[in-house]
Structures are given as C-alpha cells and as structure tokens.
Ligand binder design. Structure first.
Ligand code: SAJ
Length: 420
C-alpha cells in the first residue's frame, strides 16, 4: 500500500529535516509538535532551528503545499516519532515524550498504518511503544498480538545524521530498519526509499535500538581514549597532537582528537542508556563517560595553573588579569551551545576568576543566559589584543585561520591543538 500522507511527530533537529525530505519527493507531510511557536514558524515557511539548507527545503515544501504543521495529530498512512529521549534521575532514559506521542496518535490510527520510532531509545522501547498503542486501541491488532497479520505495522529506525550535515546525511547514509516482523521492516524500507539514496539494512527492533546506542558509545569510548591520552601526555611533557599524529601513521591505528570534553545531545547521553540497562557489563562504556565528563574540570585546573604562573611573572594582581575563552559551541563551525563543554569551562573559569573573562564565539550574536552575568562577548581581534591568558576550546575555522604572529601571549591552554 502506498503512503499518501506521512505524519512526523516532533519537529526538531531530526523530525523537521525528515518531514522536508518526504515533502521534497511530493508526499503530503503533516508535521506535529506540541510547540505552537515552532508550528506557526514552519507554516510561514520558516524554521526555528539552525541547520544548513534546511530553511530552503522547508520554505519550498510549505510554499508548494506538501508540508504543513499542526499541534494536533490528523489521519495519516505512516507515522514517524522523532521526539526527545533525555535522561532522568541517575541517567535513566526518560520515555515520557515517546509515550505522550504514542498516546496522541493512537486515537487517529487506522488499519494499515505504519508507525516508526526514530528517537534514540533503550532496548525494548519499540515493544513498549507497541504496548502503549495496543492499550489505547483494543479495536486494532498489533505485531506483538497478530504477527505478520497485524492491522498496524511497527518498526524502529534510528536516525544517524550528523548535525551540520543533516540534509546530506539523511539522504545518503544507510538506514538500519528494525521491524517487529519482516513485513513491518519491508513497509519501513518502502517508506524510507521514497527519499533514501543509502541502503536500508534490515534487522529486528531490539538490534536496531542497540545499534544506535552502540554507534554513539563507540565514538564516546574512542574520544575518551584521546582525552585520557591528553592527560597522560600533559603529565609526561609530551605534545598529544604530535603523539596522535604519529600513532595514526600505523595502518591499524586511528585515534580521535581530544578536546575540552564531549558535548551535544547524543554522544554524552546515549551511552548511559546502555549503562542503565546493563550496569554490570557496561564497565568500559561507563568509564568512558566519566573520563569525558571530567575533562572540563581538568581544563579548569590547567587554566588555574597558567594564571598562577602568569601572576608570578607579572606585576598584575589576579583581579587585573583578563582570560579569553575561544569558542562556546559544542563542536566546530556550528552555533549550537547546548550541552557544550566549552560553555561549561567558560562558566567555571568566570565563576572562579577574580578579573574579567572574555569569550569569542563567531557563530552567535549574544551569550547564553548562564554566561551573561560574568562573561563579555568580544571579537577575535579584541580578545587577542586584550587578554593575558588564552583558552582555546573549539577549533572553529576562524581560529584555525588566525595568523600565529597575532598570538603573542605566553600563557595558553589549548584544548584543541590549534596553536600547537
Ligand atoms: N569530539 C571530540 N573529539 C573528536 C570528535 C568529536 O572531542 O575527535 C566531540 C565534539 O567536539 C562534540 C562531541 O564530541 O563535543 C560530539 O560530536 P560528534 O561530531 O562526534 O557527534 P554529534 O553529537 O554531532 O553527532 C553524533 C553522530 N554519531 C556518530 O558519529 C557515531 C551522528 O552520526 C548521530 O546521528 C548523532 O550523534 C545523534 O543524533 O545521535
């Protein structure tokens, strides 16, 4: 059966690009979000988030009439749930948004519909979602009850796109398809093949759930290795950037880059889903999280050492020293400051330092509220001219392009090896 109307629940960093991708293939798409502001913005053909090429895709889709947004679910043939799954308490996955989404679409589900969960989720979440839907609609049959003959097909299909490259990766990346039955998987493949150039790789829902968590945990563990090396190298008086460059000349070694810590909404969160379900077995994954989470505190200690050294060689008082932090985003060349270790380090420096703390972030016009009180946003040139101590936190292209001769400071903490 073909999909005439597709509904995407949750119009954030994943849901909105996905909705635009279907609409660009001339499918009628209804985007649903509880945020009325986001819904209004999209219906004007504008976007409420920053992602290259997304604005144009949404504008074109809305103007052509293929995409519209609403706060209330309406009948559709396929449903994609792309709502947040944060953690609660001691790093337990919080499935409240998924439950609310499932319960909101249940009244308008009809025989033949396909429901896909895309949100990063713990193992078993798709079966749980199917149970919520079945509890709300006893008049319909679901895969856990009727197998291949179910009225409703259900699959887990995780997103794996990189922020900043979403519009390309959404189309090009291979897609893991975890149907609750083979027929569910087949229908999910048919749906994604509307826009997908990558391959659909079929498995079951539990493996697909674990696959998403595995991908981000793999990256977290590898970044933790680089971050741990940076601590060891600093203690041994070795340049970690040179060390990694040399080690990576080995044909089977490929170490990632250390930094001020790991940020964003995925890599620093998803490994905890594994730890919370398998606390006894997931020792390495837990330790990697702890290593990466502790890195901002280590960076602060390095800054404190540089300040002490600067005071010893200078006539200034601590309150007269200016510290400049370079970069606030959670990774290079984006404007996303949420869950950013650079923001965390800058905040800790500003709270500890008696003098002025400056921040340079070429991708934003104003500081986030938590920094506004104690930090001043300045240009790259002003920071280089005014500051006594430089703290490099994000390797934005503007910083990498800085002429080394303009960096005259002696006291530098460079977490990204930009001024190595
Ligand atoms: N980082 C390092 N060193 C590195 C690479 C990254 O410190 O060598 C840091 C970054 O600065 C950033 C954090 O890690 O703070 C995460 O950045 P990222 O570029 O590794 O990943 P995200 O969070 O932007 O996107 C990830 C991607 N997952 C993988 O690469 C396995 C993406 O494909 C996922 O779709 C996304 O998580 C998600 O939504 O789960």
């Amino acid at each position: 059966m073909s999909f005439n109307t597709i509904s995407v629940i949750g119009l954030g960093y994943i849901g909105l690009p996905t909705a635009a991708a279907f609409a660009s293939r001339q499918k009628r798409v209804i985007g649903i979000d509880i945020n009325a502001h986001a819904v209004e913005t999209i219906n004007r053909g504008e976007i409420h988030i920053v992602e290259p090429d997304l604005g144009q895709a949404v504008k074109t889709a809305v103007e052509a009439g293929w995409l519209s947004a609403s706060t209330q679910p309406q009948a559709a043939d396929a449903w994609l749930i792309a709502v947040p799954t944060p953690f609660k308490g001691e790093h337990q996955p919080d499935m409240a948004y998924v439950q609310a989404a499932a319960e909101s679409i249940a009244p308008v589900l009809k025989k033949g519909d396909l429901v896909i969960l895309e949100s990063t989720s713990p193992v078993g979440a798709t079966e749980q979602m199917a149970a919520w839907l079945a509890a709300a609609r006893s008049d319909l049959s679901f895969p856990q009850q009727a197998g291949e003959d179910a009225d409703i097909q259900i699959a887990y299909c995780p997103e794996r796109v990189l922020p900043g490259q979403v519009m390309v990766e959404l189309i090009k990346n291979d897609r893991v398809i975890g149907g609750m039955t083979p027929r569910c998987s087949q229908r999910a493949c048919d749906l994604y093949n509307i826009f997908l150039e990558g391959e659909c790789v079929v498995t079951n829902s539990r493996t697909a759930e674990m696959c998403k968590l595995t991908e981000n945990s793999f990256r977290d563990v590898n970044i933790a290795f680089a971050n741990e090396l940076s601590l060891i190298a600093a203690d041994q008086g070795i340049n970690v950037w040179e060390l990694i460059r040399l080690a990576n000349r080995h044909p089977r070694v490929n170490i990632l880059q250390p930094g001020p810590g790991v940020g964003g909404h995925c890599i620093a969160v998803d490994p905890w889903f594994i730890v919370s379900q398998n606390p006894v077995q997931a020792r390495l994954i837990r330790t990697a999280r702890e290593v990466n989470d502790s890195k901002p505190h280590w960076v602060l200690e390095q800054v404190q050492r540089q300040v002490a050294d600067c005071l010893m060689h200078n006539n200034k008082r601590a309150s007269e020293l200016k510290i400049a932090c370079f970069g606030l985003a959670f990774k290079p060349d984006i404007d996303d400051l949420r869950e950013s270790p650079a923001v965390q380090v800058t905040k800790m420096i500003a709270e500890w330092h008696q003098g002025i703390t400056l921040a340079v972030e070429p991708n934003v016009q104003q500081l986030p509220p938590k920094l506004q009180e104690r930090v001043t946003l300045v240009s790259l040139d002003d920071a280089l001219q005014q500051a006594d101590i430089l703290v490099m936190l994000v390797d934005h292209r503007q910083f990498k392009a800085t002429d080394a001769s303009t960096v005259s400071q002696q006291w530098i903490v460079d977490t990204k090896g930009v001024w190595r």
